[in-house]
Design a protein around this ligand. Structure first.
Ligand code: FES
Length: 167
């Protein structure tokens, strides 16, 4: 089979960690407004992006995600004051670490999407899906499947169920 054909058949799994107040509501708006966007995205919502531990991102890659999006309220709009700034700083440091261990950073994206920005949600998700589709499957972290050494913080019923749904 041609490589071109294989590439075309590949449908990436994208995991989006979003804050419930802004981006989740924006994604919901896109849905209720019947905007079209790729069905590759599995949305996991959290009270605030400040609650999203970088280990969740590692876990998503380990469980089969080919791309990860972290998205929350715009600067100044976080319902917990500065949760999104903390998230952004943590994310920047973590991203550099992923780059250091050889992960293509194009697979990981951070964005701000408000509750009123259904259109922006569609743009962000479409762009990331297309980029990751052209990159092919993410294989690097699947080798960790047998090296389960995650903290107890990840072992909540909610996260177990969420991660099961992307495999
Ligand atoms: S409440 Fe949305 S990022 Fe903090």
């Amino acid at each position: 089979m041609h490589a071109e054909k294989l590439q075309h058949e590949f449908e990436p799994k994208i995991v989006a960690f979003v804050c419930t107040w802004c981006t989740y509501a924006g994604a919901d708006l896109a849905g209720t407004s019947r905007m079209q966007y790729p069905a590759n995205v599995r949305v996991l919502k959290f009270p605030c992006t400040g609650r999203i531990d970088p280990v969740f991102i590692l876990r998503a890659f380990q469980k089969g995600a080919d791309g990860v999006l972290v998205s929350g309220c715009h600067p100044g709009d976080c319902h917990y004051m500065a949760g999104n700034f903390h998230a952004r700083r943590r994310f920047a440091a973590f991203r550099a670490l992923l780059g250091f261990v050889g992960v293509d950073l194009e697979r990981l994206q951070f964005s701000w999407v408000s509750a009123a920005e259904g259109g922006k949600w569609v743009e962000v998700v479409t762009e990331l899906t297309e980029k990751v589709r052209s990159m092919g499957p993410m294989k690097e972290f699947k080798a960790l499947e047998n090296e389960e050494q995650w903290s107890g913080a990840l072992n909540t019923p909610e996260l177990r169920e969420a991660f099961e749904s992307i495999t």
